[in-house]
Structures are given as C-alpha cells and as structure tokens.
Design a protein around this ligand. Structure first.
Ligand SMILES: [Zn+2]
Length: 215
C-alpha cells in the first residue's frame, strides 16, 4: 500500500526524468515533484527502489527544515475531507456553468423595428434554455483537484489556521492519512517562514510547499 503512495508524489515532467521515479537514500525512499516530497522507510515498502546520483538531496531538505524552531497543528482527517469536498463542489459548479450567459440563464436580445429603431429585451438564454448550466460537462468525474476559481479569475486556496494549501496538496495529505488509517496527523511549520510545512504520519513524512505566505 505504501508503494502506491510514492506514486502520488513522483513528478510527471520528462524534463526532470530523475524525479519520475522514487529514490532510495540511507534506508528511506523519497518521491517528489518539487511541490511536495514524501519520505517512507524502505522496510515499510514492498518493492525495491534504486538510487540515482542526480536525485535532489531530499534527506537534507527534510533535516534542514526540522532543525528550525517549529510550531505544530493537529489536523483531523474527517475535517480535511469536508474541506476537500467543498473545494470540489466549487470547482464543479464553475465548470458546468453555461459559457454563453455565464451561468445567469438570461441573455439580451436585440430587435430592429420597421422605423429602424433598435429594442433590447432580456430573455432565456437559447444555449442552455435558461438553465444557466451545461449538462454535458458535468457527467464526468474529475479526479484532479483544481484551485477554486472565482468569477474575477482570482484563485483561492484552502486554509488550515493561517497556512494556505493548494487543494491538491491537501488531497495528497488526505490520501496518506487514509491509507495509514489514521484519524489525525500533525503539521509542523516555521512561524517565521510560511514557505513549506512537514506533515507527520507515523514513520512517513510529507513536505509540502504552501500556496501563499501570510503576513
Ligand atoms: Zn446559457
């Protein structure tokens, strides 16, 4: 099962082929796509992993972080799942919106009379029949979690206290917790630098880049 987790963290970028595979270093297997890094002890994995000299120095990245004076937050996995569901609903609501009337169901019609005068009238959008949504896009389940996007194009992250996460990062933490069958886990952060956090799931550690820095 833990081998499956490595997959959630490997990169898919062929420009950095080393990161497409997990890497063994001093008894710990690491996987990273540069946005997050997972560390799992070799003896908790079923498969064997090799060592690539070109791999990022993952062990040092984690050690350096843990040398700092860190604060911690406990996260309840059920609460986390609820937040993720909300993110999904927001994204889905947005993506099924009718593009013609932008989800309002109403468009403006123009009529020119015999005196060549123009009249305007609001009516049901002919593309979605006034529904405001396009059905055909909603039938497929999307697995990838996107950022929640507002009308004006700004994107929202999910926050836990004053830490802001991309929903996909939290989804990965949720998957680790689920597979480890734990009810809550600890997130360690540096109150002086909100760049990254480390989440601890027993012997498994996950380093995650945060979405935004707060003041
Ligand atoms: Zn419409």
């Amino acid at each position: 099962m833990n081998d499956f987790l490595l997959n959630l963290f490997t990169g898919t970028d062929e420009i950095r082929p080393a990161m497409m595979f997990p890497n063994l270093e001093n008894g710990i297997v690491y996987a990273t796509d540069t946005y997050a890094l997972v560390a799992i002890p070799e003896n908790e994995l079923a498969l064997k992993y090799g060592t690539n000299e070109k791999y990022p120095n993952a062990h040092k990245i984690l050690d350096d972080f843990q040398k700092k004076e860190l604060k911690s937050i406990r996260v309840n996995v059920i609460d986390l799942a609820k937040e993720l569901t909300k993110a999904r609903i927001e994204v889905d609501k947005d993506s099924i919106k009718c593009k013609e009337c932008k989800g309002s169901g109403t468009v403006e019609f123009e009529y020119r009379d015999q005196q060549n005068e123009t009249h305007y009238i609001d009516g049901d959008c002919p593309i979605c029949d006034g529904e405001g949504s396009s059905e055909k896009d909603s039938k497929f389940a999307r697995i990838k979690l996107s950022m929640i996007e507002k009308e004006d194009g700004t994107q929202i992250a999910i926050n836990i206290n004053d830490l802001y996460f991309h929903p996909f990062q939290l989804y990965r933490l949720f998957m680790v917790a689920s597979l480890k069958r734990i009810d809550d886990f600890e997130i360690l952060y540096d109150p002086n630098n909100y760049g990254q956090v480390v989440s601890v799931f027993g012997n498994i550690k996950v380093l995650t880049m945060l979405y935004a820095r707060t003041s």
